[in-house]
Design a protein around this ligand. Structure first.
Ligand code: PLP
Length: 427
């Protein structure tokens, strides 16, 4: 006999600490939904209830749920070689093939890949590599990393320190040193921060092309070109955190393509495997990679056990093959327009919908008490709307950081017009 639902909930409460969760809520309410199955844009819980996964779970299940091809790719690779080390001079075929593929799909001279197990590790890797680079260049003072307000870069110590959302930083009382912040929308503010900190102390600037967890904030069309120019002027490395925006999410392969700029380093994770395996990494420009090779005198003392995990890399290769074969980036662009239409319709017809915005399949709806005055509710209503939506079979997410009252959406790239309509109808 299998376990009953009450038993699952009881065991969950006693033994499973949920990530990014309220520990009290887990104890009082129990696990709201224990998911047992996924197919296309839908998730099914233990009671058989069906949900539209309008967040692609954590902005990552780009090709949708239930793809047997990926299970097969993992099975085949695991049956042949589940794991072997990539430290030192060891390597494996899927990791080499994936690195080459990533070099071929990223912009400009982005060319060489360091693999991690996820986005937080990718961010910490980027910060350590840029600092290492400046040590090798003889400019040891360059160690500060400038990130943006409302940014989210993950929960490793460096990634948390770079994150511009205060609750994540306040969670622990000792962060990594040498991180500072600039306003998320103003290029001039970046220049001011560099000048204030001292340009000779700044190693790198990091930004998400579209800020995700912070509430889907989209930069103005020339923001990143200006930022790139400022970074070049002060010889500061530009890191794009494409953990959410990579692999088609915004209707282009990578988010920075919208802005026509090429970063020195790209952080990726999530959509590289659509969540079917744990994988992330950083991609360095050819010039940066070549300088590191030329200047290095010792071992690169940075590497995760799972850097270049063969099964994860095999899953990523199959995932990318599906994204290309099914033209999912084009679909994200087309369906992104439908999503925007739906959001604008809500903005026009609903008194409590203030601003809405989206790029590709990343969207946000801001709630206000009175549209005319832009006055907010005393208490954010986004969490209530998310709860109601869930009851009606729709998974979306509330963002209430920094006095926001917003819900965000990021459905799988496979979504069609009717499904977008359904999401808007439920909201
Ligand atoms: N960077 C960005 C932009 C993210 O959105 C996230 C996760 O949401 C991360 C980094 C951290 O990735 P992970 O949760 O895989 O460590």
């Amino acid at each position: 006999m299998g376990k009953g639902i009450d038993e699952w909930i009881d065991l969950d409460k006693r033994h499973f600490i949920h990530p990014t969760s309220s520990l009290k809520q887990q104890q009082t309410e129990g696990a709201a939904h224990i998911f047992t199955k996924g197919k296309d844009i839908y998730l099914y819980d233990i009671n058989g209830k069906k949900f539209i996964d309008a967040m692609s779970s954590l902005w990552n299940v780009n090709i949708g749920h239930g793809r047997e091809e990926l299970a097969k790719a993992a099975f085949e690779q695991m049956s042949k070689l589940a794991f072997s080390s990539c430290f030192s001079t060891f390597s494996n075929e899927p990791a080499i093939e994936l690195a080459e593929k990533l070099a071929s799909i990223t912009q400009g001279d982005l060319n060489a890949v360091f693999f991690t197990s996820g986005g937080s590790e990718a961010n910490d890797t980027a910060y350590k590599l840029v600092r290492h680079y400046w040590i090798l260049k003889g400019e040891k003072a360059r160690k500060k990393i400038i990130s943006r307000t409302k940014s989210y870069h993950g929960v490793a110590l460096g990634a948390t320190s770079a994150t511009g959302l205060k609750p994540f930083r306040d969670f622990t009382n000792s962060l990594a040193p040498d991180f500072c912040y600039t306003d998320h929308l103003s290029a001039k503010s970046l220049r001011d921060v560099i000048e204030k900190e001292g340009p000779e102390t700044v190693a790198a600037f990091i930004a998400e092309p579209v800020q995700g967890a912070g509430g889907v904030h989209i930069a103005s069309p020339n923001y990143f070109a200006e930022v790139r120019k400022i970074c070049d002027e002060y010889r500061i490395l530009f890191i794009a955190d494409e953990v959410i925006t990579g692999f088609g999410r915004t209707g282009t392969y990578f988010g920075m393509e919208h802005y026509g700029i090429v970063p020195d380093i790209v952080c990726f994770a999530k959509g590289v495997t659509s969540g079917y395996a744990q994988l992330g990494g950083v991609i360095l420009s050819k010039s940066l990679h070549e300088q590191l090779i030329e200047l290095s005198t010792d071992t690169l003392f940075h590497g995760y056990t799972y850097s270049g995990h063969p099964a994860a890399c095999a899953v990523a290769l199959k995932n990318i093959e599906i994204i290309e074969r099914e033209n999912l980036i084009d679909n994200a662009e087309k369906m992104g327009k439908e999503l925007l239409k739906g959001l604008k319709q809500l903005e026009l017809t609903r008194g409590i919908v203030g601003a809405t915005r989206s790029l590709g399949l990343m969207g946000a709806i801001e709630f206000v008490k009175h549209k005319e005055s832009n006055e907010q509710f005393e208490k954010p209503i986004a969490p209530l709307i998310v709860k109601e939506a869930l009851a009606k079979g729709l998974i979306c997410r509330a963002v209430v950081f920094d006095s926001q009252d917003t819900i965000v959406l990021a459905p799988p790239l496979t979504i069609n017009e009717n499904e977008i309509e359904k999401i808007i109808e439920i909201i």
